[in-house]
Structure formats: structure tokens, C-alpha cells
Design a binder for this molecule. Structure first.
Ligand code: AMP
Length: 519
């Protein structure tokens, strides 16, 4: 048992939430100083002032669009998140997605500290299940820059199911989590044991698919209507464009409750009333191919788990965009079951992370009212992508190919080894190249790292070399090459993915953030 508070954080594309487990064993989201529990993941850099995160920043998107960053989670692990690949620069400083995420995390940390009236360092942060190594590392770096000690990153659907299961709804079977948020779409098939244990069987989805795309569809329709009525281009004026985006989001949400929605739009000095019906919105989703894409992801993920849609015993809808009626209907048609909505759609992922954090850190009295938490089985996660090495293809003419050692969707921790033969006579050294991806063709996989090793003496063609890969629970990857005869360790590699942020940038941000209160 420890007294130090621990929190679970849902670092979302559109919104973020921080939660903790109270002494009674229930997970609660923490409100910020304005009483908000769902904080928009938006950062505004006011001229000459400290950064502002949340609703106020979101409102500034209309007034001060060049100094506002949103949806940066989509670029996590890369230098930028902007569609045109420009970097996001304010007053000469570049802010990569990790840095912006650090500001959101700092805001959540402040809210938690105000709640606990003391320092909060330990946190679990959730990520989409299919985030690769670089994105997971970037998430941890963002946490560090915010002054957090990131105990683990866990998958969002696992966290959601955990929160849902603890609500007393757990039933042995196979659950499909349909998580459609603001910027990411995640489908997960999980086995639920009679004891409430959770095991991820397969994951799929698309990390550039979500509510923001639906908003843009509506803006496209708005622009066409405005063009026809006034001749003005709504998107040419950044202020009119931001205003249209904000209204598109409102209308989209309204259409989850009502059959029709209307807003005034201003462009070229004129006002136009714009109306959209639910049937028209459904039409936009169908025409754009989004409904079909979602259906394909559902079916593929179920197949990856070696199952048929009929084998799914319950469906859990997570993420704000799962409220859209067209997606609910789609899920119902494909699986043949009415989906369940989590009771706290916007907070469940953070609550699940808080449960996991409390369990790991044993912050709840095992003999007290939260005893059920101590009994909670630790969920099993899977490797989101295949892991392997480059090797010469012995059958296919000797070109370099990718050989997968740990398949995607293998439960973690995982380890695997395979023995290869030296490719030349009198070989003196070797290069170990670690890859991420399922394809054989190296063009379609990501290189995670490489290192060189030397044999103690030249070895003949075909001399055995064993490659051993380990994938730990916290998703650290290590690779070793071992001489198959002598047992000597030839080389070793722990994956440090290229962080998109340089050490200098990280240090600068760390000190800036340590001395800044996020507004
Ligand atoms: P999340 O990332 O899970 O917080 O999801 C946020 C996304 O859900 C945003 O794109 C919202 O516009 C969208 N959203 C929230 N509520 C609704 C609703 N009632 N109907 C449709 N979309 C919604």
C-alpha cells in the first residue's frame, strides 16, 4: 500500500481525462478549476503569455487560428501533425506533437494536484491499441516532459473494457470494443474470462479516422452551399473556416439526437442558413466510404481473432463518435447484436487506466471497500505489430527480406527466437536489423534499429546464429544475436525509437514546463 496518489490518463485526440480510484474503490474523473472533467486536447499560445489548454484554447481556434494546435495526437512520434506536413511553429519555436501533448498532460497533472492538494507524479497513460513503438515512446516522453512518472502505457480498449467490466457487467465470452473517437478508430476483440479477466485477441483500426473527418465532410457540404448562394469560398478565410468547423461539430452531435440541425454561416460579408438532416449526414458518411471502411475494419479484426461475427457475445461502444446513429446501426447489422454503450462514454478509458494504476501501485486497501480491485486480474495485451529481423531469403534468390519472429496480436510479454545461417564463407561480422511490420517485403516494414557484432573468429557459410527477441509488458523491445556454437553474445539492441524530438528540445521544454502553470 502506498499513499502517493496515482492517476489514469486518457490522452485523447480531441479530449483528455484524468481519473483516480477513490478509497471506496470507485474510479472518478477529476474536474479542472472550471469544473470540467473532459478537457479539449487543444493548446493556445497567447502572445506574450503562458500556454492555455482546454476549452478556452479551443475557443481561440476561431480568433487566433495560427497560435492554436489541435488533433496533434495524430502525429505522435513524428515532427508534425499538420496535413500539409509543415511543422507547427509559434514565435520561432517548433512544437512537435510530443511537446503539445506534454502541455495537455501538465494541465491534467495540475487538476489532479489541486484535487489531492499535493504532488501527483505517477500515472498510466492510454494509447490506441495499434500505436507502434515510436508512438508509445513519444507518449512516455510527453509524460516525462510534463513531470510525470509514466508507470505504463496501456491500450485504450483494454482500459475501457476494464472500466466496463468493473461496473458489474462482466460476462464470460468474447467482447468487441468499437472505439471511434475524434481522430482515431480502434476495433478490439477480447476474451472475457468468468473471473473478469481480459485478454486481447486482435486489434485493428485506423489512426487517421474519426470525428474530425466527419466534421470536415460537413464543412465541405457547407462550403458548396455557401459557394452556390454567395459565390464566396468559405475555406479561403481562416476565421470563417474555423467557425464552420466548430458549427459542423455542433451539428454532427445534434444529429445524434435529432433528425435535423440548422446553423447560420457567414462568408463574403453575407449570412447563409445551413440545414443538414440526419439522412443527409448518413449519405455523406456512406458516399465518403467511411461506413464501408468501418465495416471492413470490424470484419477483418474479427477474422484476425480467428472468429466469425456470430461468435461475438457483446459489443462495447466507446469514444464520442460511437454516438453517431449510422455507426450504431452498422455495428448492429454486422454483428447481429445491439451494442452496449459504456455508462460514462467520455470517461471510461481514463477510469479503466485509473483502476490499472491503483492495482499496480496498490493504492487501495485490500481489506477495505475496494477489495474487488485487488482481485482484478491484470489484463493481457498483445503486440500491436509484428516484430522481426532482416535476413537473406535462402529460397528466393538471396535478397534481403523481413522475417517476422513475433506475430502481430501475440500476447505480451512475448519472446521468440530463430536460428539463421551465416551468409558468407569466412564471415567475420554481422548486422542485426530489427523491424516492425508483417510484410516480407522490406519496403513495407519500419526499421526499429540496427547494430553490429563480430564473431571471435571467421565462421563458415551457414554457421548458426540465433536471434532472440523479447517484448516486455511495458512494450520495451530487446534483440540479441547469439553464436549458435559458442553461445557467445554477438550483439544486443534495445529499441530506442527515433524520438521526433531532440534532446535539446526536450530539455528546453522540460525546464519551461516545470516553471509554467498551464492556463
Ligand atoms: P473522444 O476522442 O472519444 O473524446 O471523441 C470525441 C469526438 O466525438 C469528437 O469528434 C466529437 O465531435 C464526437 N462526439 C461527441 N459527442 C458526439 C455525439 N453526440 N454525436 C456525434 N459525435 C460526437
Amino acid at each position: 500500500m502506498t499513499d502517493e496518489p496515482v492517476v489514469g490518463i486518457d490522452l485523447g485526440t480531441t479530449n483528455s481525462v484524468v481519473a483516480f480510484v477513490n478509497p471506496a474503490g470507485a474510479a472518478e474523473a477529476i474536474a479542472d478549476e472550471d469544473g470540467q472533467r473532459t478537457i479539449p486536447s487543444v493548446v493556445h499560445f497567447p502572445e506574450g503569455g503562458d500556454p492555455v489548454v482546454g476549452s478556452l484554447a479551443k475557443q481561440q481556434a476561431v480568433v487566433d487560428p495560427h497560435r492554436v494546435a489541435a488533433a496533434f495526437k495524430r502525429g505522435m512520434g513524428r515532427r508534425t501533425f499538420l496535413d500539409d506536413d509543415r511543422e507547427f511553429v509559434v514565435d520561432g519555436t517548433t512544437y512537435p506533437p510530443e511537446a503539445l501533448s506534454a502541455m495537455v498532460l501538465k494541465k491534467l497533472k495540475q487538476a489532479a494536484e489541486a484535487h489531492f492538494r499535493g504532488e501527483v507524479r505517477k500515472a498510466i497513460i492510454t494509447v490506441p491499441a495499434y500505436f507502434g513503438d515510436a508512438e508509445r515512446k513519444a507518449t512516455v516522453t510527453a509524460g516525462e516532459m510534463a513531470g510525470l512518472d509514466v508507470l505504463r502505457v496501456i491500450n485504450e480498449p483494454t482500459a475501457a473494457a476494464l472500466a466496463h467490466g468493473l461496473g458489474g457487467d462482466a460476462e464470460a465470452g468474447t467482447i468487441l470494443v468499437f472505439d471511434l473517437g475524434g481522430g482515431t478508430f480502434d476495433v478490439t476483440v477480447m476474451a472475457v474470462g468468468a473471473d473478469g479477466s481480459l485478454e486481447v485477441k486482435s486489434t485493428g483500426g485506423d489512426h487517421r479516422f474519426g470525428g474530425l473527418d466527419f466534421d470536415r465532410l460537413i464543412v465541405d457540404r457547407m462550403a458548396a452551399v455557401v459557394q452556390a448562394e454567395t459565390g464566396a469560398d468559405l475555406r479561403a478565410d481562416p476565421y470563417a473556416h474555423q467557425d464552420a468547423l466548430a458549427k459542423a461539430e455542433e451539428m454532427k452531435k445534434e444529429l445524434s439526437r435529432k433528425e435535423t440541425s440548422t446553423r447560420p454561416l457567414t462568408a463574403g460579408g453575407r449570412s447563409v442558413m445551413f440545414t443538414l438532416t440526419r439522412a443527409e449526414f448518413d449519405g455523406l458518411l456512406a458516399e465518403s466510404g467511411h461506413l464501408q471502411e468501418a465495416e471492413d475494419h470490424i470484419i477483418n479484426t474479427i477474422e484476425d481473432a480467428g472468429m466469425e461475427p456470430g461468435g461475438i457475445t457483446s459489443v462495447l461502444m466507446v469514444g464520442g463518435s460511437s454516438r453517431i446513429i449510422a455507426f450504431k446501426d452498422l455495428v448492429e447489422r454486422v454483428i447481429g447484436r445491439e451494442p452496449q454503450f459504456s455508462k460514462n462514454l467520455d470517461e471510461d478509458v481514463a477510469r479503466g487506466a485509473a483502476f490499472m494504476a491503483a492495482k499496480l501501485e496498490e493504492t487501495v486497501d485490500p481489506d477495505g471497500p475496494g477489495a474487488a480491485l485487488a482481485q482484478l486480474p491484470t489484463p493481457v495485451d498483445v503486440a500491436s505489430r509484428g516484430l522481426g529481423v532482416q535476413a537473406l531469403d535462402s529460397q528466393g534468390g538471396g535478397q534481403l527480406v523481413n522475417v517476422v519472429l513475433i506475430d502481430a496480436n501475440t500476447p505480451v510479454p512475448a519472446h521468440a527466437e530463430q536460428t539463421f545461417g551465416a551468409s558468407r564463407a569466412d564471415q567475420t561480422d554481422l548486422e542485426l536489423v530489427l523491424t516492425e511490420g508483417e510484410e516480407t517485403d522490406l519496403d513495407f516494414v519500419t526499421e526499429l534499429g540496427r547494430t553490429k557484432g563480430t564473431f571471435s573468429k571467421p565462421v563458415p557459410l551457414g554457421h548458426p546464429v540465433t536471434v532472440r527477441l523479447e517484448y516486455s509488458v511495458d512494450q520495451r523491445i530487446t534483440a540479441k544475436a547469439i553464436d549458435g556454437h559458442s553461445g557467445d553474445l554477438l550483439c544486443e539492441l534495445e529499441v530506442k525509437s527515433e524520438t521526433a524530438i531532440s534532446d535539446d528540445e526536450k530539455a528546453a521544454l522540460l525546464s519551461t514546463l516545470a516553471n509554467t502553470t498551464i492556463g
